[in-house]
Design a protein around this ligand. Sequence first.
Ligand code: HEM
Length: 162
Amino acid sequence: MGFLDFFLVTCRVLHVFSVAAWIGGLGFLGGVAGPVFRHFGERGEEIAAHIERRFVGFVWTVAWGAGVSGLLLMLMSDKFLWLDYSTPWRWFLLGKQIIFLCMIAASLVISASLKEAAPLTSTTAPEGDLSDVERLRWRVTLLQRLNIMLGIAALILAACMQ
Ligand code: HEM
């Protein structure tokens, strides 16, 4: 195996690992950790919020991994040609890039909402307006679900590219 082949395999592994960690992390957070912690009331709600805020840093790491490896795979592929959409492969790739940007935009809004909610949900500062907290929680949950659906759509497009 030459260096270029090795580099290509490394990019594919990094790409698949990054997207699996991103979508898997979102699924675990929304489907397992969040509901379990919230079951334990106010204290659980605060712990769930801490985990979500910590998850934001993790998301940026895997998003960089997925984006950079995807870009390298794209540039190394002989199926890719700048600004040419004459094959289904290139349309699927464009679709995946748009989805990726939407997921990044949603993550930015999630990150800003969690920062805004932090002083309101803290038990050491319980004077926060409940309707504000609920509005922010609703927004974060909705965007996290949207990101899972977008991630699945990107996976389907990736399968179509094979
Ligand atoms: C959340 C977004 C994304 C998901 C879920 C995703 C998922 C995948 C998966 C599962 C593969 C198959 C890997 C393999 O067969 O070894 C793949 C391949 C690929 N991805 Fe992505 N990807 C995403 C974003 C991107 C982005 C942003 C780019 C480009 C900038 C990109 C470019 C590529 C390329 C060029 C390939 C190789 C396709 C081929 O071999 O024909 N991906 N992607």
